[in-house]
Write a protein that binds this ligand. Structure first.
Ligand SMILES: CC(C)(COP(=O)(O)OP(=O)(O)OC[C@H]1O[C@@H](n2cnc3c(N)ncnc32)[C@H](O)[C@@H]1OP(=O)(O)O)[C@@H](O)C(=O)NCCC(=O)NCCS
Length: 229
């Protein structure tokens, strides 16, 4: 079962970033606060409830490891973004029974993104074309035996990038508004924004997204350096 393998996700971040991986087996006694309960629709299906619970538990542990003694509830903003305590940045992801969160002081990083995808899940037929640029499709089809994995790496890296940039941009950044180029030696993508994500990250700004394969998951991570305003 992949839950155990998912526990083998070690932090890709420096020490000042709080990092946590939670499965239903490792939830312990964590319970949602009433404020977090209210975020969930009463009609939320079991899968959504479990993923939300694991995500909030992972964020609780990540905040503690980032130095927050009594982590507060994490509400959500109007675009579903998690709202971190003043002076911190962070991100949450969940997929197929596992959740990951990373949090760090905002004076160390302008934004963090994490994303985890089960690369064996079913994909809709048009998803490559809808989410990838021409150059990315070329990378995907360079080796047909690896095309699904390369697609999932690209897709997941874009979602990790989105979570890091959204709080800076305060607007939606489409999948095709960031271009990714795979670096096999460093196991990462070199990314370029095709539209601005706030004043610190203008159109054309570069960023890097790490990408690992753990069991049946692709795990992607971004730590934007702290730039002066
Ligand atoms: C929001 C999005 C990134 C979520 O990704 P996903 O694979 O569906 O789901 P994940 O489990 O990985 O992440 C879900 C978490 O993302 C976080 N999230 C949702 N909206 C967010 C936003 N606007 N900004 C930052 N984080 C957000 C939430 O914490 C959510 O978990 P929660 O609802 O339990 O709190 C994705 O659905 C999306 O809309 N992507 C936008 C397009 C894009 O990726 N562009 C790339 C440009 S660089």
């Amino acid at each position: 079962m992949s839950d155990r393998a998912a526990l083998m996700i070690t932090t890709p971040f420096p020490d000042y970033v709080g990092f946590s991986v939670v499965t239903m087996d490792t939830l312990g006694r964590y319970a949602l606060s009433p404020e977090e309960e209210r975020i969930l629709s009463p009609r939320a299906v079991r899968k959504r409830r479990d993923e939300f619970l694991m995500g909030r538990a992972a964020s609780f542990h990540a905040m503690m490891r980032a130095g927050i003694e009594s982590p507060p509830p994490v509400p959500k903003g109007p675009s579903n973004e998690p709202i971190w305590p003043e002076g911190y940045v962070g991100a949450i992801t969940h997929s197929s029974g596992v959740a990951v969160s990373a949090v760090c002081p905002a004076d160390r990083s302008d934004g963090i993104g994490v994303d985890i995808e089960n690369f064996k899940r079913n994909l809709s037929p048009n998803v490559y074309r809808l989410t990838c640029l021409k150059e990315e499709l070329e990378q995907i089809h360079a080796d047909e035996s690896q095309s699904r994995l390369m697609f999932m790496r690209i897709f997941s890296a874009k979602e990790a990038g989105f979570k890091a940039f959204f709080p800076l941009a305060q607007e939606y950044i489409d999948y095709k508004e960031a271009a990714l180029s795979w670096d096999t030696d460093r196991e990462c993508f070199h990314g370029k924004l095709l539209k601005a994500a706030g004043p610190k990250y203008p159109k054309g700004a570069y960023f890097r997204v790490g990408s690992r394969v753990v069991d049946r998951f692709v795990f992607s991570f971004v730590l934007l350096p702290s730039k002066s305003p």
